[in-house]
Design a protein around this ligand. Structure first.
Ligand SMILES: [Zn+2]
Length: 190
């Protein structure tokens, strides 16, 4: 299928997302919300589509025209109205706002635009760092919550697993609950 936009010889697509609105007003001020936004190594490209998904207009916003302040491209997430989140890009010619369906996608776009414009890699946490953070958080959360629940007589719902003391089978249940080992019939309290 032919694309509705043209890339230069050394231009590559970095990101693309659909259901994009153009303009920063409320949900009805935007003329459409089924546009497609494409980040390439040189441009932001907006495909303006009709109701049938056919591209009616292709707009090119050269990344070289993004305003730089202290070496930083002026790109940010903004929340101009309730439940409306936009990717705001400040060009030398003025502000362009793109409404996203998902707020969380915008952070990714900001990071990628900054990365492409400045030529620096995106600062991403490694899987190991993420795991370590999650483990530390789980550790700091689980115990105090159980203690507080205990004070109020609320049963914990933390799933735990233990070895049956008489046959060694793995038993799983909720902390504080008593279960009967399905293999040897021993009662065990987690
Ligand atoms: Zn057992």
């Amino acid at each position: 299928m032919a694309e509705d936009f043209k890339l230069g010889p050394d231009e590559a697509v970095v990101l693309r997302v659909g259901k994009i609105g153009y303009g920063s007003g409320g949900p009805f001020s935007s003329m459409f919300n089924n546009g497609e936004l494409i980040l390439t190594t040189k441009n932001l490209i907006l495909l303006r589509k009709n109701l049938f998904g056919k591209t009616e207009e292709t707009k090119y916003f050269p990344l070289a025209d993004i305003k730089m302040v202290d070496g930083k491209p002026q790109v940010r997430k903004s929340n101009p109205a309730h439940m409306i989140y936009t990717l705001d890009v400040y060009f030398n010619s003025g502000l362009e706002s793109f409404q996203f369906e998902w707020e969380s996608d915008i952070d990714d776009w900001v990071a990628n635009i900054v990365s492409v414009v400045t030529g620096t890699p995106i600062q991403k946490k490694s899987d190991l760092e993420m795991l370590q953070e999650a483990a530390a958080l789980a550790e700091s959360m689980a115990e105090p919550i159980e203690k507080i629940q205990g004070l109020f007589g609320i049963k914990s719902n933390r799933p735990v697993s233990c070895k049956c003391p008489s046959c060694g089978a793995t038993l799983s249940g909720i902390k504080g609950e008593t279960t009967k080992c399905p293999y040897c019939g021993t009662f065990y309290t987690f």
